[in-house]
Design a protein around this ligand. Structure first.
Ligand code: AMP
Length: 140
């Protein structure tokens, strides 16, 4: 775990943010480059890089905040829906190496589709599906 990230500097107040929630373990603030009005980031205060690096009890704390904030964020900007996502790792587009949940309010006219629109469907036969499922079970 690195000692300092852009987001620990935000938690410490060295870099200003539009804070929306704080407790002992978790901080939430508006994204400085909002994809839609109300775009919010929720982070563990400690700078774990990826989702799987976060201890399970801390991940549960942070996710409880995501759960509580989602309706508050939607209500604040009168959004009928939201996309909740983590860019988990550089290959997935993670730019800040301090894990963060995006809560992105969604609107009828926001011109963006579901997360599925990011991908082309993978063409996998039944053997490949079965072997992937087995490999996941073995790695749990
Ligand atoms: P990701 O690409 O998932 O790592 O997302 C990083 C997010 O951090 C982007 O959506 C940025 O707009 C956001 N961001 C970068 N710097 C700041 C900042 N100083 N305050 C708030 N959000 C920021």
């Amino acid at each position: 775990m690195s000692e300092e990230t852009l987001f620990t500097r935000i938690v410490d107040g060295e870099i200003p943010s539009y804070s929306v929630y704080e407790d002992d373990t978790t901080y939430a603030f508006l994204d400085a480059n909002p994809l839609t009005p109300g775009h919010t980031l929720v982070i563990p205060k400690e700078p774990y890089e990826r989702f799987q690096d976060v201890p399970a009890d801390l991940a549960a704390d942070v996710f409880a905040v995501v759960h509580a904030l989602t309706p508050a964020v939607e209500a604040a900007v009168d959004a009928p829906a939201s996309t909740i996502a983590i860019n988990n790792g550089e290959t997935a587009g993670q730019e800040v190496a301090h894990v963060h949940w995006h809560i992105i309010p969604r609107f009828e006219d926001d011109g963006t589709g579901p997360v599925h629109a990011l991908f082309e469907y993978a063409d996998l036969d039944e053997d490949r599906m079965a072997s992937i499922a087995a490999a996941i079970r073995e790695n749990e």
